[in-house]
Design a protein around this ligand. Structure first.
Ligand SMILES: NC(=O)c1ccc[n+]([C@@H]2O[C@H](COP(=O)([O-])OP(=O)(O)OC[C@H]3O[C@@H](n4cnc5c(N)ncnc54)[C@H](OP(=O)(O)O)[C@@H]3O)[C@@H](O)[C@H]2O)c1
Length: 333
């Protein structure tokens, strides 16, 4: 099958499209998917650069990618509710049970990919495949923090630091849809676009010291992962919560922090878990128009190195997606 692979850790130029053997037939509980599009995440760049080697080893050639949307080709024994020919998407994870790290190995930048069935949700009829591929990692991370961990309620005040990126564009919209009073933090011209996502107020981190804000919030969600526990705690109202996205390299080197639901007093870390039910709930928010996945660009598979360069440089608004057939059609880009 066609896949983006790399034979050594390094910069984005180690990525290339090659032919590799396809996955084996699905084992019990697994689903084999013909991938239509794969989302690009900072996690994929961390894998390629070797920052996840302590967790995942070095079994070359490696295929990056955790997000995919496509069509079911085969299902293993014991899988119910998912049929051949159905359109599905998910944070792919082929392990029999949810693992601590929950990474797809091999990944989804490939014609075919295997996953545990419980990680999948059906793609709603009117949703394009590139939109479906943009949702799982970033959307689930935001959904699980806001709904499962923080249980945001109408009227809660929520600060989203990093509101313009893959996770933050989802977090801002989900928090607003839950009835929260959202303040977003983004950089430069992206601030206006964050306001359009439902943030009442947007702070530009280029000209404001976010850690020095005098307001207090019921939830401080540091998507960027750039702020210390101490800095975030200062911004939390009494009884509130601070949650920070754990970067993949931190997770790899700090096993104690990898527990998905571990909380340190009123401070927690986000660790996304592949969950088809949460994804279906988020899909319903997309169908009702409460959440619109923000897609910065759709690139052909061959441009995976460019996609990684852009993710590492920062400044994309929302998500980058790789389309297997090279088509760019998506929500208005
Ligand atoms: N633990 C988990 O489960 C999990 C899951 C998903 C992602 N992550 C991690 O979360 C991080 C964000 O992921 P992503 O996909 O949203 O990445 P992304 O699309 O690159 O977004 C990064 C965000 O950080 C903001 N930012 C950059 N510098 C900042 C600063 N100095 N102050 C405040 N904000 C700043 C950016 O804002 P501007 O571009 O507007 O400046 C942007 O909104 C990555 O490290 C990723 O690996 C963790």
């Amino acid at each position: 099958m066609r896949a983006v692979t790399f034979d050594r850790f390094g910069d984005p130029d180690v990525l290339h499209v090659s032919q590799i053997p396809g996955p084996p037939p699905p084992r019990p509980g697994q689903v084999l998917v013909e991938v239509g599009a794969a989302g690009v995440n900072p996690l994929d760049a961390a894998l390629r650069a070797g920052r996840l080697a302590p967790l995942l080893g070095r079994h070359f050639p490696m295929v990056p990618g955790n997000d995919a949307a496509g069509t079911v080709l085969a299902v293993g024994d014991g899988v119910s509710g998912i049929e051949v020919g159905q359109r599905v998407h998910g944070l792919f994870d082929a392990a029999a049970r949810p693992a601590r790290h929950g990474f797809a190995t091999p990944g989804t930048y490939a014609q075919l990919a295997l996953t545990r069935a419980s990680a999948l949700a059906t793609v709603p009829d009117r949703m394009e495949v590139v939109t479906a591929a943009a949702i799982p990692v970033a959307g689930l991370t935001a959904y699980q923090v806001l709904v499962r961990k923080a249980r945001v309620e109408p009227g809660s005040s929520v600060l989203v630091i990093g509101a313009s990126g893959g996770v933050g564009t989802f977090a801002t919209q989900i928090a607003a849809a839950l009835g929260a009073d959202v303040t977003g933090v983004a950089g430069g011209h992206r601030t206006e676009r964050v306001r359009a996502l439902g943030a009442r107020r947007v702070i530009d981190h280029h000209d404001t010291d976010v850690a020095g804000l005098t307001e207090r919030f019921d939830l401080v969600y540091d998507v960027s992962g750039r702020f210390s526990h101490r800095q975030l705690r200062r911004l939390v109202a009494p009884g509130g919560l601070a949650v920070a996205n754990l970067g993949p390299s931190v997770a790899a080197f700090s096993p104690a922090l990898r527990h998905p639901e571990r909380r340190f007093g009123r401070h927690g870390f986000a660790w996304v878990s592949p969950d088809g039910r949460d994804l279906a709930a988020l899909d319903r928010m997309v169908e009702t128009g409460d959440v619109t996945p923000c897609i910065d660009d759709v690139l052909p598979l061959e441009e995976a190195p460019a996609a990684h360069r852009r993710v590492e440089a920062g400044g994309t608004f929302g998500k980058l997606v790789l389309a297997m057939d090279g088509s760019r059609s998506a929500a208005d880009l």
